[in-house]
Write a protein that binds this ligand. Structure first.
Ligand code: MG
Length: 395
């Protein structure tokens, strides 16, 4: 039993004023085109053999753009060329059915592109119901109390909601029966049906109700789109990490601080380039995800890291955060030393860090202080650095 899916995406969305002005089925939802999400649900369902979309004649570029990523989808081979729809939803569905007719599927599931949250279980229930009924639609019992409006906006009465259902899609039918019903409706100039079940009911096709889903909402208005966006937004939690590092001064004519080479009357002693501020910052970043420290990932005993640029360590910590879906919001470094003077190099240091971490400059702080000639930094025996980092991580 082959089952085709026909996705109706030809509407102009007169009720929705989507930012950017385009039809809502191509609007971005959680960063992906709404139509891409809808198509993915059917392409990924094992019970669906082919998927065809009915689009508006003006929307071919939008369709191509919205389906570009689907080439990598496991079900991509099921996606047929789109077909151009008609002036009404009913006419568009008929265009799609006519285009599918040469393939003669046993049944067809007709679905609104504007219902991107349709789940595999709902699709499965409609397909299963077609085993014993020529038609079956996803629907939900009406939960709200219904009022009938009378004169002047006053309530004329309360409608008994017992036995009332809200029709959703997909709406499934034996293919030959629904094609014949649509042809007959067009022939008799009956073009005012609001869903395919109504066409089927008019034609005398029995249609069963099966459980839809509360999440299977139709995105009609800009507000619907905003609410749907929230459903897809993963909550994020802020994470903070700190780091501290010290390197001893030794012979040399320069030091590396925050990835910047600074002339000095000493060098810093270390296995890598001894860039203490970047080491502290790397530890701060690793701390946000509880992923050990710099010495664990880049042991001083490993000759690979002899003389290494510490930006390598910083980039590795950033990669570990990105792999967990995290985003660095800001980092802050304080360097403790009597010399060299940090001020003249501060902006170059901020830029070097920002470039490695992919941050804007306002998210990178570099500061310096002396310790008033006290302690090991005050005696110019070495240099210390501390850092903090804040990351937003999916909960
Ligand atoms: Mg170090």
């Amino acid at each position: 039993m082959s089952t085709a899916a026909l996705i109706v995406a030809a509407g102009r969305g007169a009720r929705a004023a989507i930012a950017g002005g385009g039809p809502k089925q191509y609007a971005l939802l959680g960063g992906l085109p709404l139509l891409e999400r809808t198509l993915s649900a059917f392409l990924g369902h094992p019970g669906i053999s082919v998927v065809m979309t009915v689009i508006h004649a003006d929307d071919r570029d939008l369709y191509d753009c919205a389906t570009r990523r689907l080439a990598a989808h496991t079900g991509a081979g099921k996606l047929l060329e789109p077909v151009i729809g008609g002036a009404t939803r009913q006419a568009s569905v008929r265009c799609g059915l006519e285009a599918l007719a040469t393939r003669a599927p046993a049944s067809v599931l007709i679905h609104d592109a504007a219902r991107p949250f349709v789940d595999a279980d709902t699709i499965e229930r409609v397909i299963a119901a077609l085993g014993s009924s020529a038609g079956a639609i996803a629907a939900q019992p009406v939960a709200d109390t219904l009022k009938r409006e009378g004169a002047g906006g006053a309530i004329a009465g309360t409608v008994d909601r017992q036995g009332l259902w809200r029709a959703q899609t997909p709406q499934g039918f034996r293919f030959g029966a629904i094609l014949a019903a649509h042809r007959r409706a067009a022939g008799e100039d009956r073009g005012n049906f609001t869903d395919d079940s109504a066409v089927a009911e008019w034609a005398g096709i029995p249609v069963a109700l099966v459980a839809g889903s509360s999440r299977n909402v139709k995105i009609t208005t800009a507000e619907d789109l905003a609410i749907a966006d929230l459903l897809l937004t993963k909550p994020l939690e802020p994470r903070t990490g700190t780091g501290f590092d010290v390197h001893r001064f030794g012979p040399g004519d320069h030091v590396w601080l925050c990835g910047v080479k600074i002339p000095h009357d000493h060098g810093l002693v270390g296995h890598s380039d001894a860039d203490a501020p970047l080491h502290a910052l790397t530890d701060a970043l690793l701390g946000t995800i509880g992923d050990g420290d710099i010495g664990q990932h880049f042991p001083p005993s490993d000759p690979t890291w002899k003389g290494a640029a510490s930006s390598t360590f910083l980039a590795d910590a950033a990669r570990r955060i990105a792999e967990r879906g995290g985003r660095i919001t800001n980092v802050d470094v304080t360097i403790l030393c009597e010399a060299p003077r940090v001020g003249p190099h501060r902006d170059a240091m901020r830029k070097a860090i920002a470039d490695v971490l992919g941050l804007t400059l306002d998210r990178v702080g570099v500061k310096a202080t002396t310790t008033e000639t006290m302690g090991f930094t005050g005696r110019r025996e070495g240099l210390a650095a501390m850092a903090s980092a804040t990351v937003l991580l999916p909960c």
